[in-house]
Design a binder for this molecule. Sequence first.
Ligand SMILES: [Zn+2]
Length: 55
Amino acid sequence: MEVKCVICGKREEIGKIHKDYDRLARDPKGLYICYFCSTRVHKQAKDSLKAPKPM
Ligand SMILES: [Zn+2]
């Protein structure tokens, strides 16, 4: 199944063992985020939670 990352637009082929395969097979309009973007988003979310601490 070919999917397209909603963030970077990269097309990827995913197999049945992919964690998002069932969800995307059921819902073709479901959003797919590639591994690279998901790690980047998680990192940004973590960084934004950290308020800058005054020295
Ligand atoms: Zn991506």
